[in-house]
Design a protein around this ligand. Structure first.
Ligand code: SF4
Length: 347
């Protein structure tokens, strides 16, 4: 049965593969071009925790600006962070630069899953995906879409994350010796379009005859999710400090380690502001409240008040004045871009 699953899936993939800028058509020979593993690697890093639609413009911008891993390795971290702004999970961008430099130094990407796993920022999933897609290795690739399809296919009803071991073993059992990259991408596409979270379209599914979850009824209950954690609420204050009648804004670079590390930002209070908003400000003066923005991180939700002050004094600490009318070029992380929009709208 396991062989017939891979045959059915690959047949479906041949006919229905998504056309994506970082992909080859199904069944194509892998190009003998070092830009190919670079594109696969870049797309896999960008796609971690992010949707295909959100990644497409970033992938286009990165491959146009830095068409090879050597070009990216030679880029300044500031430029890469600015180009990444808005894509989230900024540690990925820092690791991207580190990884590009290691790869350029060693003269190319390692071709094995273990070699790829040793590079900065590549976990089990990404290393397996790149080994399979870029280098044609047989590797067991399990992302959230694959996890869902396989849990349903084999009716694995142990709750996550414990179920991951069984899901991986089942994925291993159905992964073919050849075309492992197409097989992995086929399972991902099936999960994205047919075996969707809430409403699997079993009538259109090429694996429906083999699917235990469908036979048992209610496949949408699989995989069984762990009980939801309550996400803590945090509060903070961002400081919109201007001079020259609002034409220049004081921006800082966040410390390299920690949340949004290395990103350009508005100064803030470390998100430890008192609930009544009476925390310390970086300059004395008549601060004006502009309102607040909300932002969700994976581990917390943040309400960030934005307060404004016009001054002729440089605030203490590292920072620089930035033209207010070029704020979209500053490469602010999404949270601070929202705060800047609020402040600019209040002018
Ligand atoms: S038959 Fe339904 S539940 Fe099973 S893999 Fe296909 S879409 Fe998912």
């Amino acid at each position: 049965m396991t062989a017939s699953i891979s045959v059915s899936l690959l047949g479906w993939y041949d006919a229905h593969a998504r056309d994506l800028p970082w992909r080859l058509p199904p069944g194509s020979a892998r190009p003998d071009d070092p830009a190919w593993p670079y594109r696969v690697w870049l797309s896999e890093v960008m796609l971690q925790q992010t949707t295909v639609a959100a990644v497409k413009p970033y992938f286009a911008k990165f491959t146009e600006t830095w068409p090879t891993v050597e070009a990216l390795a030679a880029a300044s971290e500031d430029d890469v962070m600015a180009a990444w702004a808005g894509l989230g999970y900024y540690s990925r961008a820092r690791n991207l630069v580190k990884c590009a430099r290691q790869v350029a130094e060693r003269g190319g990407f390692p071709t094995t899953e273990a070699g790829l796993r040793a590079l900065p920022g590549l976990g089990d999933y990404a290393a397996a995906a790149i080994a399979a897609i870029a280098f044609g290795q047989r590797a067991v690739v399990v992302d959230a879409n694959v996890e869902r399809v396989v849990a349903r296919l084999f009716a694995i009803d142990e709750p996550l994350p414990k179920a991951r071991k069984a899901i991986r073993a089942a994925t291993d059992a159905i992964t073919p010796e050849t075309r492992a990259g197409d097989f992995a991408q086929g399972l991902m596409d099936l999960g994205a379009h047919i075996c969707t979270s809430r409403a699997p379209r079993c009538l259109l599914c090429p694996l429906s005859d083999a699917c235990e979850g469908r036979k048992q009824g209610e496949p949408e209950r699989l995989p069984v999710k762990p009980a939801k954690k309550v996400v803590p609420e945090r509060r903070g204050t961002a400081f919109w400090i201007t001079r020259d009648g609002g034409r220049k804004v004081w921006l800082v670079t966040r410390p390299a380690s920690g949340m949004l590390g290395g990103m350009r930002a508005l100064p803030d209070d470390g998100w430890t502001a008192r609930a009544d908003g009476s925390g310390e400000t970086p300059l004395a003066g008549e601060w004006r409240s502009l309102g607040a923005v909300r932002h969700g991180f994976t581990h917390a939700s943040l309400t960030l008040r934005v307060v404004a002050l016009e001054t002729s004094t440089d605030p203490v600490g590292d920072g620089a004045w930035w033209p207010a009318d070029r704020m979209e070029e500053a490469g602010l992380a999404t949270l601070f871009a929202k705060a800047a929009q609020l402040a600019l709208a209040a002018r």
